[in-house]
Design a protein around this ligand. Sequence first.
Ligand code: GUN
Length: 296
Amino acid sequence: MTATIIDGKAFAARVREQVAEHVKRLKTDHGIKPGLAVVLVGEDPASQVYVRSKGKMTVEVGMNSVEHKLDADTSEADLLSLIDQLNNDPEIHGILVQLPLPKHLDEDLVINSVAPEKDVDGFHISNVGLLGTGQKSMVPCTPLGCLMMLRDHHGSLSGMDAVVIGRSNIVGKPMAQLLLGDSCTVTIAHSRTKDLADVVRRADIVVAAVGRPEMVPGDWIKPGATVIDVGINRIERDGKNKLVGDADFDSCAAVAGAITPVPGGVGPMTIACLLANTVTACCRANGLAEPEGLTA
Ligand code: GUN
């Protein structure tokens, strides 16, 4: 079998188009322009690239983009004061504090100081609790993107066996909650899981989110299963710098029914879902109907 390649780049472009249409309607019908504030503390090069890309795409879909770049030695009090100001700014509907934060800042405290209704990352403890209890929440962007691709490919996920490899707060745990919400039978595997190969072999859906290059080989995959590869790992091969996922693409694609490539799979969906979350937050803040198909 040769797997269908799930084209995340094209899917993300369609999501951004839907967001742009909704933004246009908000403007013409209600005179509202959604606004996203991104806060970056320090000069981490990867974070700078992400933030630039987020700002560019925010503007492209017609929303306001506000960037706050703070020095690496910014005090916790100053950062919390900026977040408080953004929480109270009616023109800002989404707030994202880029992670990781410098070591002297308490990440949990900072995340939980963002107003839950503006928490477009879905990391605030209130949103985590709402998602876990099946209530309306802001949903973390990467798992939301994975869910959208799975729903698009399968229609209903009800009754499917899903294995999520990785238990991070950003991807693994919320992904498992979303799959459970769509009535999958969910296993969360991690570094201490015994017989990981056997666990993965039972799955109709495999979400690999561990950050270890090509750790899932094709002979772990049930024939016809869907592989969602969240990993973005830089490796050296044949003297070249290469991006690879957490799944070994060639061997998995030979067995799977469908697979997301790296790059061009899950990656582009993350920012598209951030924009979707911002327009959702804006609609909720104004008591307006939410865009269909852009939330969980
Ligand atoms: N750093 C890497 N990924 C993310 C993300 O999804 N959100 C935030 N806030 N920071 C990140």
